[in-house]
Design a protein around this ligand. Structure first.
Ligand code: WTA
Length: 643
């Protein structure tokens, strides 16, 4: 969380009204927003009930909300199926409409109409059933960005199996942890995927993970790259072969509104990633609402969210929210810079993308690459731009707005989290003026506040902690298998409110600016990583005695990772080896940018590592604040020297 960033935002006074053309065609005007927002707080039952009734329910709900802090039940007694709503519901009116258009990194393009996607999902659902997967079972999905990832998720949802998607960039160890924690018996993976022209060996990671996952019985393997992979008889099956004779008719199962839809692991401030549990009805209703409203969806839009389905953005705004709205979604398999920095802009041009939703880190790296890349392509199809995952600095915002959006596309800066399930703070593109660097105002039904450490509400422009004062339909229901952790981390930090873990301010117009995490969670290229996770990975190397990991501001990634390491007596190891070790333990996204060796880490006399000092050292700042509690002042000099 850099102070520069706060300063930049404080000095930012520009704001941009939606153009008259955009406003004229928009779903929501400012008056609509104000009226509906008021209703959503004053009469939430009517508000949420009317959104929910736009969707299909096998059995209507009896009560909109049952709140037994910190446990919420939404649409109590209702029965529905999110895959039915995402597919079957559209077959009449949109059967031939493109649901997914997919581009592989190698240039291959595939298109699925709603009818075809429905057929594929029904077959996959029947396949899962024939393998003995039952309602309530967990299925882990470790796939690249190929259409099968959406098909697998929807097939699980259709039969009521709870999916856990693991990002394809995670290592075998990280995958094994998630298989074990979720208790999955089935893993769906692929032979490999393409990334920067090379093959990512997903199946061999899966095989390695399977050596330490006693509960795992079967692996379904999607063929993507075609390189030879070992198949273990009795355990491994090819996805395509297994689907050959499977019927393509399947009746979606009526599930309780609170039936667990998915578990998605995310980093917190303790060592072990937590399994955020989302359920069916409330998640469905709020992703449906927010996808339509925030992206101003129209029937002929071609919407592209560049997030991987391994993250929550991919769950809510590549798959569920979008298909619930009957949208056309573009999916891209590969790297943004392959074969060159023009790839994204070529995709926008080739598929006539109208809505682009991406992360500040990508925007900053394109900005660095130079305007000649977007200038080569026709970006005139774009009408709306979105940003998500980390604070966007005003310079990057303006570049995105001017250079990519040609000054005509509103930019929505959407703040939300894995835990919130759906967008919480944003502007609505035809309703609100935008302010670079500020996420905007609360979405319907969301009641945020800025509080101090004791929970007292703060006034305009006072920096504090962001909290949410009432439950909302798409909120996490618990941490899988750990209700106590859920209670204490989210509803116990500040009594009776949801604690987001972000620092923020609200200005006099009611716009929220997110400053960044206030806990030991890093945000590296829009990916959440716990400092403790990286530390445990480092300490698992035999040469390492102790490690402390901090973030430092990075012009492209938002935050970079700096690790301070002490070695076992007599041990020798290079920084590169340790960096590679972390990649192997967690995945390349967690690889430290810099490793600094020292004889000791700065600690208080009671033995606590002084992270504040390490953060200052890592970012090359002058040491500020009190160092008198430091046990051994000599270590500071050593840490400041880069080896
Ligand atoms: C950060 C991603 C500023 C924030 C959807 C949050 C943001 C964390 C924004 C959640 C934004 C997300 N402006 N910060 N528009 N969006 N964040 O769970 O720190 O991967 O707590 O969910 O990302 O990351 P997660």
């Amino acid at each position: 969380m850099s102070e520069n960033r706060i300063d930049n935002v404080l000095h930012e006074t520009r704001h941009f009204e939606p153009s008259p053309e955009f406003r004229a065609q928009a779903r929501y005007s400012l008056e609509d927003y104000q009226r509906l927002y008021r209703q959503s707080l004053e009469d939430p039952d009517t508000f949420w009930g009317s959104v929910a009734s736009e969707l299909h329910w096998f059995t209507p709900w009896q009560r909109v909300l049952e709140w037994n802090e910190p446990f919420a039940k939404w649409f109590v007694g209702g029965q529905t199926n999110i895959a039915y709503n995402a597919l079957d519901r559209h077959l009449q009116a949109r059967g031939d409409k493109t649901a997914i258009v997919w581009e592989g990194e190698d240039g291959e393009v595939r298109r699925y109409s709603y009818r075809e996607l429905h057929r594929q999902v029904c077959r996959a659902a029947n396949l899962l059933l024939s393998l003995g997967v039952q309602t309530g079972d967990r299925v882990v999905i470790y796939l690249p960005m190929i259409p099968e990832v959406a098909i697998a998720m929807l097939a699980c949802a259709r039969i009521g199996a709870t999916h856990t998607v693991v990002f394809g960039g995670f290592s075998a160890g990280a995958l094994a942890d998630r298989i074990n924690d979720s208790g999955a018996r089935l893993l769906i993976t692929a032979d490999g995927s393409y990334r920067k022209g090379a093959v990512v060996p997903l199946k061999s990671n899966a095989d390695e993970a399977a050596q330490s996952t006693p509960n795992l019985e079967r692996m379904l393997v999607v063929r993507r790259t075609g390189q030879p992979v070992p198949m273990q008889p009795g355990r491994d099956l090819w996805w395509d072969e297994s689907l050959e004779d499977v019927p393509d008719q399947h009746e979606a199962v009526a599930l309780d509104a609170e039936h667990p839809l998915y578990i998605l692991y995310t980093s917190g401030s303790t060592g072990k990633p937590k399994g955020v549990l989302h359920t069916t009805g409330g998640y469905m209703v709020n992703t449906y609402l927010t996808a339509g409203a925030v992206f101003d969806l129209k029937e002929d839009d071609v919407y592209w969210c560049t997030a991987d389905v391994g993250w929550v953005t991919g769950h809510s705004y590549v798959v569920y929210g979008m298909l619930l709205n009957g949208a056309t979604v573009l999916m891209y398999e590969g790297a943004p810079n392959y074969p060159d920095m023009g790839r994204f802009w070529k995709i926008v041009q080739d598929h006539r993308v109208t809505i682009l939703y991406t992360a500040p880190t990508a925007i900053r790296s394109f900005m660095r690459a130079g305007n000649e890349w977007p200038a080569k392509y026709d970006l005139s199809s774009l009408r709306l731009l979105g940003s998500v995952g980390e604070p966007i600095n005003p310079e990057a915002w303006i570049w995105y707005f001017q250079t990519i959006g040609g000054g005509r596309c509103p930019v929505v800066d959407t703040w939300w989290q894995t835990e919130t399930g759906a967008i919480m703070l944003t502007t609505l593109p035809g309703a609100h003026a935008t302010k670079p660097g500020s996420a905007g105002v609360p979405m319907f039904g969301i009641e945020p506040a800025i509080v101090d450490n004791e929970g007292h509400e703060l006034g305009a422009d006072e920096g504090g902690l962001l909290v949410i004062k009432r439950p909302w339909p798409s909120m996490l229901r618990t941490i899988y298998g750990d209700d106590n952790r859920y209670r204490s981390q989210y509803w116990g930090e500040i009594p009776h409110v949801y604690f987001a873990g972000d620092g923020a301010r609200r200005d006099a117009d009611g716009y929220y600016t997110i400053v960044g995490r206030i806990d030991d969670v890093l945000n590296v290229s829009g990916h959440r990583l716990g400092t403790m996770e990286v530390e445990s990975a480092l300490v698992s190397h035999p040469a390492v005695a102790e490690a402390a990991v901090v973030g430092r501001p990075d012009p492209v990634k938002g935050e970079g990772i700096v690790a301070f390491v002490t070695l076992q007596t007599g041990a020798q190891v290079g920084g590169d080896e340790l960096r590679a070790h972390v990649s192997k333990e967690i995945g390349a996204i967690a690889r430290p940018d810099e490793i600094r060796f020292a004889d000791a880490l700065p600690k208080t006399r009671s033995g606590k590592i002084m992270r504040r000092l390490l953060r200052q050292i890592a970012s090359g700042e002058e040491l500020k604040g009190d160092t008198s509690t430091l046990e051994d002042a000599g270590v500071l000099e050593q840490l400041r020297t880069v080896h």
